[in-house]
Design a protein around this ligand. Structure first.
Ligand code: N01
Length: 538
């Protein structure tokens, strides 16, 4: 029987088998008893951790918090080995989750969703895939991640490159051997900052092409001690409570003191301690780092000084520390030996602000000053068409054939980041307008999945067929998302992917909700408690 022969009908269709898709499957199938099918483009589960296999790939959230918290048994039985889990370990974890909860039987891998149309008369979504398999479902849940649509810049001549090029977010399963190779890496965001030290270890030469200099905090990764592992397992309830009450879903709170409350010496000591501790807590040292430019400047200056301290070549140190945006207004990377990498003999740095890339030749990359940088491999660590990209790359059409890319022509419009007006029963896990990428993702994902599950349970218990947001609720929410962003310094990084500014032609709209995870959770709970206020249920 050919895949295209007949439409498979299920209650719920989920797109993606990463953290979000796996948990959504479990909730809808095992808790609500629905028939569910997950479609996954990759040949295995894992989502972002399936695709991002580049050397050095590791999570910036600490392992004891980067996990599902819905099952205490799962928390007790799984053992993380390091402070920050590496890609392979997270992938093992997600495969374990898939097996432990018997999820695989309802996941179809190697199947990319290409389109979905809402049939109002039947109240069904008709879903098309690249294998020809077709599905129909009452509920369509996207669990496609925020950072899954790779952004490969169009550089003249790339097609004629005689070597090999790869994007970090589509890393070949078999890996890439850099031994003896001259490697050029474009991009110095979180990914490039993780990859550069690892690539430099094996490559003959690494040339880093930097367009925008970036801050980075040392991760200070290390194996977890038995004592810490024991502590984390003994304190899951408290950790869950903390992650649910923090603004960012991490198991720590932002300090309730202002930069201006302390003397310069005390401030330096606080920054120094956070630097020595390593990781994302640095930005939680003061409450006003993300809201007051003068406060932010003190953190930014401290971090620039550290770069100049580490990097021995003064010319390189100047290029690396010439950062044009306030600290943490772009997602702050954390690293393992990034700046130290520039002290290696086999690493060079090209400042693309001074000499932009002009073209790729068969032999390498030519910059505007006429220099040809000879290369065997080009690594694009150039990020993603974030948040909207994964949704818009599917052809989703709602009521009366309204295309999502038309509805979002001027930028994403959602209610709570969960639903789109005119697209009944379409739920977008960690969609634009939700805290998502500004948080520890598994916490944001669990909250969305549980809200969606409760919502669908409510519809069914009430004999209701569909839910979609009222347009005025969408307008109010979008205005609130903008207000929340404008209350911070976040929009001041004019070229960040939070604003869509990294993709030519993309509308410049601040996409994630910056009002904090705890506040967002309270809003979602209240909306549900008020009978799904702002939604039309019928
Ligand atoms: O992508 P990015 P990323 N020519 O968009 C440059 C998450 N993450 O993959 O800043 C030259 O941040 C671009 O330059 P500029 C995390 O949320 C998590 O690094 O636009 N350069 C920038 O330097 C993160 O924020 C983890 O001027 C070009 C870089 O490429 C998100 O993923 C690990 C260019 C892109 O940086 C994305 O990070 C890694 C061009 N045409 C990532 N186009 C963990 O937690 C782009 N650039 C483990």
């Amino acid at each position: 029987m050919s895949d295209a022969a007949e439409e498979i009908v299920v209650d719920a269709l989920i797109v993606g088998a990463g953290f979000a898709g796996l948990y959504q499957l479990l909730c809808l199938r095992d808790r609500l008893g629905l028939s569910v099918q997950v479609l996954e483009a990759g040949d295995g589960v894992g989502g972002t951790w399936y695709w991002n296999r580049y050397p050095g790939a590791r999570c910036d959230s600490e392992s004891h918090s980067y996990a599902f918290y819905f099952s205490d048994d799962l928390l007790q039985e799984w053992n993380w080995s390091e402070r920050y889990p590496a890609q392979a370990e997270i992938l093992r974890y997600l495969n374990h989750v898939a097996d432990r909860f018997d999820l695989r039987r309802d996941i179809r891998c190697g199947t990319r969703v290409t389109g979905a149309d809402y049939d109002a008369a039947a109240n069904r979504w008709h879903v098309r895939t690249d294998t020809g398999a077709r599905y129909a479902a009452t509920y369509l849940v996207t669990a496609v991640g925020c950072l899954s649509a790779a952004n490969v810049p169009s550089i003249p001549g790339l097609d004629g490159f005689a070597g090999r090029w790869v994007h970090t977010g589509q890393w070949p399963q078999e890996g890439v051997d850099f031994t003896g190779r001259r490697v050029g890496m474009i991009g110095t965001g979180s990914t490039g900052i993780q990859a550069a030290p690892a690539i430099a270890e094996t490559a003959a030469h690494l040339t880093v092409f930097q367009r925008t200099a970036n801050y980075s905090i040392p991760a200070r990764n290390a194996p977890l001690t038995e004592e810490f592992k024991h502590w984390a397992k003994a304190n899951t309830a408290e950790l869950r409570r903390l992650m649910h009450s923090s603004t960012n879903g991490h198991p720590f709170l932002v300090a309730d003191r202002s930069v201006h409350d302390v003397s310069p010496e005390e401030r330096e000591a606080i920054y120094r301690a956070a630097w020595d501790h390593g990781g994302l807590r640095f930005r939680a040292t003061f409450r006003d780092i993300l809201t007051d430019k003068a406060a932010n400047d003190t953190a930014a200056d401290f971090l620039r000084d550290r770069i100049r301290e580490v990097v021995k070549d003064p010319g390189m140190a100047a290029i690396l520390s010439d950062i044009d945006h306030p600290f943490a207004t772009k997602r702050p990377p954390i690293d393992t030996g990034y700046f130290e990498t520039f002290n290696r003999e086999n690493v060079s740095l090209v400042d693309l602000r001074a000499t932009p890339i002009e073209r790729v030749t068969p032999a390498g990359i030519v910059t505007r000053d006429g220099t040809e940088h000879p290369l065997d491999i080009i690594v694009f660590a150039t990020g993603f068409d974030a948040m909207t990209g994964p949704l818009l790359r599917m052809d989703i059409r709602g009521r009366d054939g309204l295309a999502l890319h038309e509805a979002w022509r001027a930028g994403p419009l959602t209610y709570l980041g969960l639903q789109v007006a005119g697209f009944p029963n379409l739920f977008t896990i960690t969609g634009p307008g939700s805290p998502s990428v500004l948080t520890n993702m598994p916490v944001a994902i669990e909250q969305h999945v549980e809200w969606i599950t409760a919502c669908i349970a409510h519809l069914r218990a009430s004999g209701l067929a569909r839910i979609e947001p009222a347009p005025d609720a969408v307008d109010r929410w979008v205005a609130h998302v903008n207000e929340a962003a404008d209350a911070t310094l976040l929009p001041q990084a004019g070229h960040s992917w939070y604003l869509g500014a990294n993709v030519p032609g993309k509308p410049r709209v601040f996409m994630p909700y910056a009002g904090g995870m705890a506040r967002y959770r309270a809003i979602c709970d209240e909306v549900a408690a008020r009978g799904y206020e702002g939604f039309a249920l019928s």
